[in-house]
Design a protein around this ligand. Structure first.
Ligand code: KG4
Ligand code: ZN
Length: 366
């Protein structure tokens, strides 16, 4: 079954095509026919975050170009793949920035109407979950791993920080999440305070790693570990970000420009604070729900320091936990993860009854 997937929930435009077979029960495999992505990160960098109207405009520009590119990639040397060979269109309908989501939905609706192809609406967060289950046979052929349940998914990105219990396939229960900023957002804001670019996560993480390698001294003030002992599975990252600002303002003279080592020390302390809170809450969730698998998905799952801290904190558990992180290059937003989720939802016949009724849902839950 050929799925054409469209992702426009934030600042990446993606169109991918897969040819998939099998079911969760019997095992899913697929050929990746095309995987296109246009990132707007550079455009948004001067705002230190994603600017929704700009994101919308860029998605509208990129979608037809990526469609053509994807059909070319999926076709032969002689001719592009014919759009009429597509069995279903998978499109992200939430959560995300509504103006951005609408561009993908409208584009999918137009294709559906013109070519008579059904649409499966996909939850972006489910895409992040499935992106961790990939196993590659080679760069074009993949299968999905079977996992043991219950599983806990820690979904950490620029827009989300949440913990979800997966009792069995497609059966989700929200366990907790951030009460204010997402962890990726905090990385981006701290990067901005330090005068770095956007997205901030990889930049902060690189500085933090250098501070560790150079064995730089501790930060002047230890940052808080917000809500670490709150007794629930909620998070808060807004205070942590403010604490960094306070630290920069109070720790140095007014016109002081931070040296690279001072930046490294702050970055390390900030990353440690995030890693401590995420590790501690994940351990609590795994213990409470006797989970056998941990899924770490979303853009921040590219952070190997955080992943290693979490894995170390789980080592006190008696049972062997499988920890799944996204396949290389798939931690950030992409349309391949939407294609996989779309295929599995299509298998369950979860097509939109009337494609024109699909709506962007900024706060869609799993
Ligand atoms: O999932 P994603 O691509 O988009 C959203 O759905 O939000 O996540 C993007 C976020 C950004 O905030 C970015 O700074 C963060 O993921 N990120 C990282 C790293 N790589 C990306 N955060 C920490 N460490 C990283 N290595
Ligand atoms: Zn995402």
């Amino acid at each position: 079954m050929k799925i054409l997937a469209i992702e426009t929930s934030c600042d990446e435009t993606g169109i991918s095509i897969i040819d998939a077979q099998g079911s969760i029960e019997s095992g899913v495999s697929f050929a990746l026919l095309a995987n296109t992505l246009a990132s707007q990160a550079e455009l948004h960098s001067k705002y230190g975050g994603v600017y929704p109207t700009l994101a919308k405009r860029e998605h509208i520009k990129a979608l037809p170009i990526l469609l053509e590119q994807a059909l070319q990639e999926a076709g032969t040397q002689k001719e592009p793949l014919g759009i009429t060979t597509i069995d279903a269109i998978a499109v992200t309908h939430g959560p995300g920035l509504e103006p951005a989501l609408w561009t993908g939905i409208t584009f999918a609706q137009e294709l559906s109407q013109r070519w008579g192809i059904p649409i499966v609406p996909v939850n972006h967060m489910e895409g992040h979950i499935f992106s961790t289950l990939l196993e590659s046979k080679d760069s074009k052929n993949y299968k999905l791993k079977n996992i043991n349940y219950p599983a806990v998914a820690l979904l950490i990105s620029g827009g989300h920080t949440e913990m979800v219990l997966i009792k069995k396939s497609f059966d989700y229960q929200y366990l907790g999440g951030t009460v204010d900023d997402a962890v990726g957002e905090a990385f981006d804001k701290v990067a901005r305070m330090l005068g770095l670019g956007y997205p901030g996560g990889p930049l902060i993480s690189k500085l933090a790693q250098e501070a560790r390698e150079l064995k730089l001294p501790d930060a002047k003030v230890a940052l808080p570990r917000p809500m670490i002992k709150s007794g629930d599975l909620n998070f808060s990252f807004s205070g942590l970000k403010t604490a960094v600002l306070y630290h920069i303002k109070k720790g140095y003279e007014d016109d002081h420009i931070l040296t690279i080592d001072e930046q490294r020390i702050i970055a390390r302390e900030f990353e440690d604070a995030c890693a401590d809170v995420l590790s501690s809450k994940t351990l609590e969730a795994m213990q409470e729900y006797h989970a056998e698998t941990l899924i770490i998905g979303g853009g921040v799952a590219a952070n190997s320091y955080i992943n290693t801290s979490i894995s170390q904190s789980l080592s006190i558990l008696e049972n062997n936990i499988d920890i799944l992180t996204p396949y290389k290059g798939l931690s950030g937003d992409n349309a391949l993860m939407i294609a996989i989720a779309g295929y599995l939802r299509a298998q369950r016949q979860e097509y939109a009854k009337n494609p024109n009724n699909i709506k962007a849902q900024g706060t869609l839950k799993l």
